[in-house]
Design a protein around this ligand. Structure first.
Ligand SMILES: Nc1nc2c(ncn2[C@@H]2O[C@H](COP(=O)(O)OP(=O)(O)OP(=O)(O)O)[C@@H](O)[C@H]2O)c(=O)[nH]1
Ligand SMILES: [Mg+2]
Length: 369
């Protein structure tokens, strides 16, 4: 264990020993902020000099990327192979997979890249196993499948590993705005009643992040951890789906107990080997990835309804332009939109406009460009 590791362990210990009450809130908040900062330092140190970025050379492709995360031997490689046809060796011993193996799944016109990964075990974020690399790939994914089998129902420790690396599964960015100023101390404002954090704690956490002057505006009843997430700034918010594999080994009578144990998560039961439950899994996947279909209508012609452009909810006209011939992006003037995202049919919009499912879009370009 490194020096940073020791420091983190020491502070975690101090938090455990500290009695939790009103008088110690601010102190605990600052300790948590210190841990967050040390973890950021650890990530930076772990990346080394060479290039940085992903530990593995995986190029994202398709409309979205799904990472398969789970303990060794739960059936990640079997699932990849049966879902996409990509070969990834499966075997009855642990750590069969030692690198990232991609496959492609076509579903309702969308191409989804699935990444098989080495098994993940607790301690991964501290560098155990291939954990660091697995986590860095998961960070870049658009969706995570947590694979379980009946001998590995305890997935919360893996979730904690991802949490420690700044990945917030099924979370949303906290509605907190921090603005740094030159002087005047740190002012705390809120548009809702704060029940989980007090002003002193918020100010103390901000100080740890070197925000000595400025304002913190809470638009939700946030926790100290959520304020730390906003100040740390390197968090990613990724949807996750629990996939209960090897369902062929689970008698129907045992399912309710498993469902109860995993609550409030709702697992999708599949058998990678027998290819059962795949339809439900793909439906859950495409819902989580929130694909939308946008039809392009060349000026003066009917829209091309046969080949929609696949985008994701919240994507803008700019994302659409990236999928069209580059000339359109370069000489872009405006877009005309018909459909749910338009205030009226044929509304003129700019690059920033968010599109909706089934929209029809005409791109107009500058003359002479
Ligand atoms: N009965 C049953 N066995 C399965 C199923 N899926 C996988 N297995 C078996 O479980 C064992 C492990 O499968 P793998 O696909 O290698 O598991 P993995 O998660 O990729 O394992 P690592 O690469 O070591 O992390 C193999 O013996 C598979 O045949 C399933 O749906 N049902
Ligand atoms: Mg494997």
């Amino acid at each position: 264990m490194g020096v940073i590791e020791d420091q983190i362990a020491e502070i975690e210990d101090e938090i455990r020993r500290t009695q939790k009450n009103k008088a110690t809130n601010a102190h605990i908040g600052r300790l948590k902020a210190k841990i967050a900062l040390l973890r950021i330092a650890r990530e930076k140190a772990g990346k080394g000099g060479g290039g940085g970025g992903l530990g593995y050379a995986v190029r994202k492709s398709g409309h979205a990327t799904v990472a398969l995360v789970g303990y060794p031997s739960v059936g990640k490689s079997t699932l990849l192979t049966h879902l996409t046809g990509a070969e990834s060796a499966a075997a009855a011993y642990e750590f069969t997979t030692t690198t990232i193996i991609p496959g492609m799944l076509s579903w309702r016109g969308a191409a989804v890249q699935i990444l098989d990964m080495p098994g993940l075990i607790p301690g991964a974020s501290k560098g155990r196993g291939r954990g660091r690399e697995v986590i860095s790939v998961a960070r870049g994914a658009d969706l995570i499948f947590f694979l379980l089998d009946k001998d590995h129902l305890e997935f919360r420790s893996l979730l904690a590993e991802l949490e420690q690396a700044g990945i917030r599964v099924n979370g949303r960015p906290p509605k907190i705005v921090v603005t740094a100023l030159e002087r005047g101390g740190v002012e705390v404002h809120s548009t809702v009643k704060l029940t989980k954090i007090d002003i002193e704690t918020a100010q103390g956490i901000a100080k740890e992040f070197r925000v000595h002057n400025g304002s913190i505006v809470f638009r939700q009843d946030a926790t100290p951890d959520e304020l730390i997430d906003v100040l740390a700034g390197n968090r990613v918010y990724i949807p996750g789906i629990l996939v209960m594999n090897k369902a062929d080994l689970i008698p129907a009578s045992e399912r309710p107990a498993i469902v109860a144990r995993l609550s409030p998560w709702k697992p999708v039961f599949v058998s990678a080997q027998k290819e059962s439950g795949f339809l439900e899994l793909k439906e859950a996947m495409s819902e989580a990835l929130a694909f939308i279909r946008v039809y392009v209508k060349p000026p003066g012609q009917p829209p091309d309804m046969a080949e929609p452009v696949i985008l994701r909810k919240g994507d803008s006209v700019d994302s659409l332009l990236k999928r069209l011939p580059p000339e359109l992006g370069l000489s872009f003037k405006s877009a005309l939109v018909w459909g749910k995202s338009a205030r009226f049919p044929g509304q003129t919009v700019g690059r920033e406009h968010s599109l909706a499912d089934q929209d029809i879009v005409t791109v107009t370009i500058q003359r002479g460009a």
